[in-house]
Design a protein around this ligand. Sequence first.
Ligand code: SF4
Length: 233
Amino acid sequence: PDLEGLCARQSVCRACDRLVEWRERVAVQRRRAFADERYWGRPIAGWGDADPRILIVGLAPAAHGGNRTGRIFTGDRSGDWLFASLYRVGLAAQPTSVRADDGQRLIGARMAATVRCAPPDNKPTPQERAACLPWLAREVGFVAPSVRCVVCLGGFAWQGVWPALREAGYGLPRPRPAFGHGAEVELEPPPSVARRDPVLMLGCYHPSQQNTFTGRVTEAMLDDVFTRARDYA
Ligand code: SF4
């Protein structure tokens, strides 16, 4: 299939019993503030440009964010920080992302989750990450011809994207560099990609509430990483 077909097939995946049960239970029980909304309650596809220069990889959808709205980082606090930064550096058309039909648009960028169903406590198991790997790997493969920079939000995405990049044909460094905010790694593009200059992989602390409340990640820190990504790409 093409990228669109891949997203459609993924949207009905039921491979992980625990996550299917959780995503659907959350969608029925709902949070009081969203009691009159219909939750998506299914896997969250990648979203953004079909030929992106920047691929942003996150952990997994939030139970009442992406699992509610059907779009990654949309309708949750992490997304508030992320989209505000993307807007400031010119990678998003609007500073907020609240609903799938809000007119938001990524500019030269695409987002995808390492695990595509909302996990309890935002913690997928290693088995769930492995089960979801083929979806990320195929998406990474589809966008490889245009991607110049991969931004990983958090250590889980940093670890989770390596096998997807390897499956997509990227040449990876050994040993794998450690995750850190602002960490940079050069990747060799897949042999099928005409451009041979390195693809830049960047680490960025996840804009989770835990990190933003404590000041571990600030607006300036996010802007630095996305400015670097934009300028490189
Ligand atoms: Fe399928 Fe991934 Fe969701 Fe597991 S987490 S059910 S593999 S889409």
